[in-house]
Ligand binder design. Structure first.
Ligand code: C2E
Ligand code: MG
Ligand code: MG
Ligand code: MG
Length: 281
């Protein structure tokens, strides 16, 4: 119960900050233990080709299963992992686990096996060892670089001078590069001139009310045109309805991802989706 006098407010504010800092420190310690204990799992969400809905790739999405507790979503722990630097070790684990699954799919399904998209955070792009870490994971699992695509965000590329150089090195390895949440940053179009990406993942916010306004359609349509003119793939993110899927196809989108097609699932459930188009039509 704060008394709104200047002095008290200052004190309450400081202790609230301390509490947050302490919470973060505890969470960071728990994350580190969780990594040692093997409490992280990857789910995979299909990226489908329109209009049939056949699975073209999958995106790896990490989950934390602390012993005895509920599953924790990446939105909660990735920021803490970034801040504490643990994202470097966690990111290496994610890269290794995703490459292991990609290798199994390639073994079982050959070139029809899904390519795997792997998210890399801002802090990882500032790590000069990232391209080496990726090359090493590919090598250990006998994968060619074209089997994986690394997802980065505009904000991450702008985080520091070295980030763009690291992105170029990744591209030189031969892995695909996707700009995630495309259109939500401050200089999305500028970035396209300097950043050697292969895929634009058009943010869910541009997909959400496609059936609402002409403006929204104009933006979604322009983004797909920009992508195809530049020889890039455009993937529509967060597709939740059949109407959206049909509009997107009409606007020139060839790839889509979202709960309408499939939720993120364990690796073991992907094979069943490969045989069957996920889009019920
Ligand atoms: P993102 O990379 O943009 O991933 C897409 C997020 O949207 C996922 O949430 C996915 O479950 C969710 N999503 C997919 N389709 C739909 C839909 O139709 N509707 C709605 N409402 N949501 C949909 P998730 O798995 O909770 O991940 C959240 C974010 O956490 C990711 O956003 C990414 O930024 C980060 N993240 C997840 N896994 C990793 C990882 O392995 N490494 C790193 N560095 N970040 C990760
Ligand atoms: Mg992503
Ligand atoms: Mg995304
Ligand atoms: Mg997103």
């Amino acid at each position: 119960a704060a008394k709104y006098t200047g002095g008290d407010r200052g004190r309450e504010h400081t202790s609230a900050l301390d509490a947050t800092a302490q919470h973060h420190a505890e969470l960071a310690a728990a994350l580190r233990r969780g990594l040692e204990l093997g409490e992280f799992r990857l789910l995979y969400q299909p990226i489908v080709e329109l209009p049939a809905g056949t699975v073209s790739g999958v995106e790896a999405l990490v989950r934390w299963h602390p012993t005895g507790g509920p599953v924790i979503s990446p939105a909660e722990f990735i920021p803490v992992a970034e801040h504490s630097g643990l994202i470097l070790d966690l990111g290496a684990w994610i890269m290794d686990a995703a490459c292991a699954d990609a290798a199994l799919w390639q073994r079982d399904h050959g070139s029809a096996g899904p390519r795997v998209n792997i998210n890399v955070s801002a802090r990882q792009l500032l790590d000069p060892d990232l391209p080496g870490m990726v090359a090493d994971a590919l090598h250990r699992h006998g994968l060619t670089p074209d089997r994986i695509t690394i997802e980065i965000t505009e904000t991450a590329v702008f985080a520091g001078g070295a980030a763009l150089e690291t992105v170029r090195e990744l591209r030189e390895l031969g892995v695909g590069l996707a700009l995630d949440d495309f259109g939500t940053g401050h200089s999305s179009l500028t970035l396209l001139r300097t950043c050697p990406v292969t895929t634009l993942k058009v943010d869910k916010s541009f997909i959400d009310d496609l059936n609402g306004t002409a403006e929204q359609e104009a933006i979604a349509s322009s983004l797909s045109t920009i992508a195809s003119t530049m020889g890039l793939r455009a993937v529509a993110e967060g597709v939740e309805t059949r109407d959206q899927a049909e509009r997107l196809h009409a606007l020139g989108y060839r790839y889509a991802q979202g709960f309408y097609f499939a939720r993120p699932v364990p690796a073991s459930e992907i094979a069943a989706l490969l045989d069957d188009p996920v889009l019920a039509s």
